[in-house]
Design a protein around this ligand. Structure first.
Ligand SMILES: CCCCCCC/C=C/C(=O)SCCNC(=O)CCNC(=O)[C@H](O)C(C)(C)COP(=O)(O)OP(=O)(O)OC[C@H]1O[C@@H](n2cnc3c(N)ncnc32)[C@H](O)[C@@H]1OP(=O)(O)O
Length: 272
């Protein structure tokens, strides 16, 4: 496994596999290879028989600001002679399919510690988690696909209607509106810790999880997750495949690349 950028750390404290995004200065944005590494860590957690919970933590003021726009610029510039279709099949399709698939197929209980906003693919991965805790009411999820010339990804065409409802999903996706705490509460977020320090929040969640789980017969929880997922796993897998193939057309046309470049030059800013 290659932790290319060092932006992601992990540790095992059985029965927990804890993954932490640790690049607060760039708001925990992730390059294609970082998403790959995240997916590989999920696979490692899945295969480890001592692990029953995979916990995602972050650092600083954002959970993750999504795909690293600099890495998209680099992917665009590398191998200029390569046909666009080939370039985006390897840089976008294969990675997105793989990371989303690792989340949808994950057998352990996925817990997201949402210390702050999550954007784009990272927000989609939060929406794929089984349990989401928030640090406070300042969290939001933003899916700026319509603003970036993209379409839904990370199986959001299934997770958002399922969790938020159809019309709230349309409102957020069509107008690139952040989904704020008041809408996430009860639908995505099940507990708000009311804290203002990410490290204290991460510690508080782990302390509570240790207490809540020490009396459980852990194999049962995996059996329960398996049954809860039966009805939606096929939908998630189908959505993942259709989403990336639709998005591929966008990348081949070149609109997302232009818009990511504007973001990196600070000529484009999401309305929050
Ligand atoms: C290669 C294939 C990849 C596969 C995935 C492709 C599909 C895409 C999926 C997505 O995730 S779409 C979503 C992409 N992300 C965004 O649109 C968010 C971009 N960021 C912002 O809009 C703003 O940063 C913010 C989140 C609204 C926060 O604004 P604020 O004014 O509070 O902070 P900034 O000064 O803008 O940021 C601080 C620091 O962090 C850097 N940074 C923030 N986000 C990113 C990012 N996504 N990529 C790279 N760097 C990011 C930002 O440049 C600042 O750094 P400095 O300029 O101070 O060095």
């Amino acid at each position: 496994m290659d932790n290319y950028s060092g932006k992601i750390e992990y540790r095992i404290e059985a029965p927990f596999f804890i993954i932490k995004l640790s690049d607060p200065g760039r708001l925990n944005s992730l390059a294609g290879n970082d998403y790959l590494y995240l997916a590989q860590l999920l696979e490692k957690a899945d295969e480890d028989d001592c692990v029953y919970f995979t916990v995602l933590q972050s650092s600083g003021r954002f959970f993750s600001s999504g795909a690293d726009y600099l890495s998209i610029g680099k992917a665009q510039e590398t191998n200029k002679s390569e046909p666009e279709l080939n370039k985006w099949l390897s840089n976008f399709v294969s990675r997105n399919v793989y990371v989303t698939d690792m989340f949808t197929r994950h057998r352990k209980i996925l817990i997201c510690c949402l210390n702050g906003p999550a954007i784009g693919l990272s927000a989609a991965l939060c929406a794929l988690c089984d349990i989401v805790y928030s640090m406070n009411e300042n969290v939001y999820l933003l899916f700026p696909f319509a603003s970036l010339g993209l379409v839904t990804e990370g199986a959001t065409s299934v997770t958002l209607p399922l969790k938020l409802g159809n019309n709230a999903t349309y409102q957020a996706l069509m107008f690139n509106e952040p989904i704020k705490y008041d809408k996430l509460k009860g639908s995505v977020i099940t507990k708000n810790y009311g804290l203002n320090d990410t490290e204290k929040f991460n510690t508080a969640v782990m302390d509570e999880l240790r207490q809540k789980t020490n009396h459980l017969y852990l194999p049962s929880i995996l059996g329960i997750k398996k049954l809860l997922m039966i009805n939606i796993r096929d939908q998630l897998e189908r959505a993942n495949a259709v989403e990336v193939n639709d998005a591929l057309k966008c990348w081949v046309k070149g609109e997302p690349q232009k818009r990511f470049k504007e973001l990196s030059l600070k000529q484009r800013k999401h309305k929050l």
